[in-house]
Design a protein around this ligand. Structure first.
Ligand code: 8YV
Length: 324
């Protein structure tokens, strides 16, 4: 008998057809009513789940008695209770590497937009406000040659740092759990404490995974350590920053500006951030390019079908489950 897959998001109809060669595939359909109800109804039959954007912990998975694998179409896995999955022997796979460069591109879009006020001045021009040559009140700040602080020098952090070093001649500081000698060698990056980085960087770019240790890593104390002229960029996860503290810091000039792709609560539909010209607010689009979302879905599909066929998947979050 074919195993059953519940494909709850991010998979194209063509991919579903490919999966159907080997598996029974259930795809919740908005035309058939409530998506959550369809998901919960199909869950007890599913051997594999594939998708993104759903919190899947103990409560949500209690009726998923046949579940063997969750294939997340994301690199971050803070939506899953990995301890519980380990207990249950459920494998979790993710999609690292294929989104590294796109996400680093977006970090630079935020850096450029916040520093040169791209989004703000675009709206201003379109509002018909440009009546004479631009003067100091509309000037931005330079990016090239400024110090770039990378909080979390993983793959994405390194890709942001490379752009800063080679493209913009920026001195690189980084903080994190471990030193990266190859980054120090290749980019002349300097390892330092988070506090030192916050005090010295002109741009502080957050690229750490969300965990108990990084929840509210940046709060009132840390914002106060930053230069008044500094810009905070968050492409990691919203809860890494205490958003209320950030809003206060932006309103009172504790820091100059922020470029944000992620928020404590998503989707963000109303926020004091929307009233702040010095906050660039994007709707979590780090990996959202046609090419990268396609590559992520392909990787997730491959991870899932390999795991369900007993072949080792390429990217496993809890490989100990696979070994046992
Ligand atoms: C996702 C991401 O698009 O992969 C990740 O961890 O943050 C993004 O690629 C995000 O989860 C939005 O749903």
């Amino acid at each position: 008998m074919k195993k059953t897959i519940l494909a709850f998001s991010r998979i194209t109809p063509a991919m579903v057809e490919r999966l159907r060669e080997d598996f029974t595939v259930i795809v919740p359909d908005p035309r058939q009513g409530d998506l959550n109800a369809q998901f919960n109804e199909a869950l007890p039959e599913a051997h594999g789940l594939i998708g993104a954007g759903r919190k899947l912990g103990r409560a949500e998975l209690q009726h998923a008695s046949k579940l063997e694998v969750i294939s997340s179409v994301t690199v971050g896995y803070d939506n899953y209770d990995v301890g519980y999955l380990n207990e249950r022997g459920i494998l979790l796979t993710n999609t690292p590497d294929v989104l590294t460069e796109s996400t680093a591109d977006l970090a630079f879009a935020l850096i450029m937009s916040s520093a040169r006020r791209v989004a703000e001045l675009d709206a201003w021009t379109k509002a018909g406000q440009w009546s004479r040559s631009i003067e100091a009140p509309h000037f931005g700040t330079d990016v090239h040659g400024k110090t770039l602080g990378i909080v979390g020098m993983g793959n994405i952090g390194a890709a942001v740092a490379r752009r800063g070093h080679f493209g913009f001649n920026m001195p690189i500081l980084y903080s994190g759990n471990s030193r990266k000698p190859e980054m120090e060698q290749a980019l002349n990056a300097q390892f330092c404490s988070l506090d030192q980085l916050l005090g010295e960087a002109d741009f502080v770019c957050l690229v750490v995974p969300l965990s108990d240790k990084t929840h509210h890593l940046i709060s009132t104390r840390e914002l106060a350590l930053m230069k008044n002229s500094a810009i905070l960029v968050n492409i990691a996860r919203g809860p890494v920053v205490d958003e209320a503290a950030l809003i206060h810091a932006l309103q009172t000039g504790v820091i100059h500006a922020a470029g944000l792709d992620v928020y404590e609560k998503e989707p963000l539909t109303a926020s004091p951030l929307f009233q702040l010209p010095n906050a660039v607010t994007l709707p979590h689009i780090g990996s959202a390019t046609h090419e990268t979302r396609q590559a992520m879905a392909e990787r997730a599909l491959d991870n899932l079908s390999r795991a369900l066929k007993g072949q080792t998947p390429l990217s496993m979050v809890n490989p100990q489950v696979w070994k046992s």
